[in-house]
Write a protein that binds this ligand. Structure first.
Ligand code: NAP
Length: 302
């Protein structure tokens, strides 16, 4: 009898995300088994328990998903999981903590396409503000945009926290090859005047750019808001914006809202979950793989 498709889903949180469970089952996994409150030191033991109970053929039908709330912790756990296995006892692993890897990938890919289509340009050399950028989505979106050539500034309410996160992004996620800077939210009135691109990645239901900020953003080309809960993170931009002009923009900027970005995020996460099932070799997936897939998806639907 063929073995069943089992996805072992690890989270450092008290609860596994029901969103991720639905996504896994809809992508073709037959069982999605939660492991909650998992600590990094427990990952090796759990992984080795997974691999030794199935033959190599059965291992093709076995996978690991890493959730949680913390991007660095998830990336570290992915590394531990990979290093805990050896040929032929290997299974695929996919990290997407708080949906941040696939959400950030969807946002950056969608903005990249607007820059190309509407302004015939790219992220290269553009000044990008990431408002509320200290959370998991903002961190990863900052890294992907910086890797694509943008001059990224992570904005937070406390400069020292924003600086700590910028350092983490540069050193841990960017491996020393990017130079994200930090800024205080209290200074955004100045920063916005020269920004080419804005990401709003703050906690849900908080306006981070008001009407005055938008009208003073004389270089602004594209703004993206990932928050679906009213009020919008960016004045003049609603969750349905999908490349429409932003109300009140004096520079002809266009906007991308949470539902447009969420659509790319959803398709990206689904495709990566399916890739784990279909791949003959084990795959180890994180935000860079999510970005590759999001770029392909966005090209195919517009
Ligand atoms: N559409 C989708 O598909 C999708 C998927 C996943 C997530 N999301 C959304 O993406 C956004 C970011 O998610 P996340 O998990 O990265 O966010 P998060 O960690 O909850 O918050 C991000 C940052 O927002 C800032 N913040 C918190 N409370 C604030 C307040 N009262 N005023 C101003 N700033 C505040 C904090 O930065 P400082 O303390 O440094 O200021 C925090 O680090 C959320 O709105 C979430 O709902 C959307």
């Amino acid at each position: 009898m063929e073995k069943s498709f089992i996805l072992h889903m690890l989270t450092t949180a008290k609860n596994l995300s029901p969103f991720d469970v639905n996504m896994a089952m809809d992508a073709g996994w037959v069982s999605a088994i939660p492991y909650t409150n998992v600590e990094a030191s427990e990952v090796k033991g759990l992984i080795q328990d997974v691999i030794f109970s199935r033959s190599p053929k059965g291992l093709n039908r076995t996978g690991i998903f890493i959730g949680g709330r913390d991007s660095k912790q998830a990336k570290d756990m992915l590394k531990i999981a990979k290093n805990s296995m050896f040929s032929p006892f290997q299974v695929s692993v996919f990290a997407d903590p708080s949906g941040a890897f696939t959400t950030a990938a969807g946002m950056v890919a969608a903005v990249e396409q607007e820059l190309d289509k509407k302004f015939n340009t790219s992220f290269e050399g553009k000044d990008l503000l990431v408002l509320g950028g200290t959370g998991p989505v903002g961190q990863v979106a900052s890294v992907l945009a910086a890797q694509a050539g943008a001059n990224v500034k992570i904005i937070g309410r406390q400069l020292d926290k924003a600086q700590r996160i910028a350092d983490l992004c540069n050193e841990e996620f960017g491996e020393g090859k990017i130079q994200i800077t930090a800024g205080a939210d209290s200074d955004k009135t100045e920063y916005i005047k020269t920004a080419d691109v804005v990401f709003s990645t703050g906690a849900a239901g908080i306006e981070l750019l008001n009407t005055e900020h938008i009208s003073s953003a004389s270089q602004l080309k594209v703004a993206a808001d990932i928050n679906a809960i009213p009020p919008s993170g960016i004045s003049g931009l609603d969750p349905f914006h999908n490349g429409k002009a932003i109300t009140g923009s004096t520079s002809g900027a266009v906007g991308l809202g949470a539902l447009a970005i969420g659509n790319i995020k959803y398709k990206t996460q689904s495709r990566l979950l399916t890739q784990m099932i279909e791949s003959n070799e084990p795959v180890y997936l994180h935000f860079e793989h999510a970005f590759e897939v999001a770029r392909e998806i966005i090209k195919s639907i517009k």
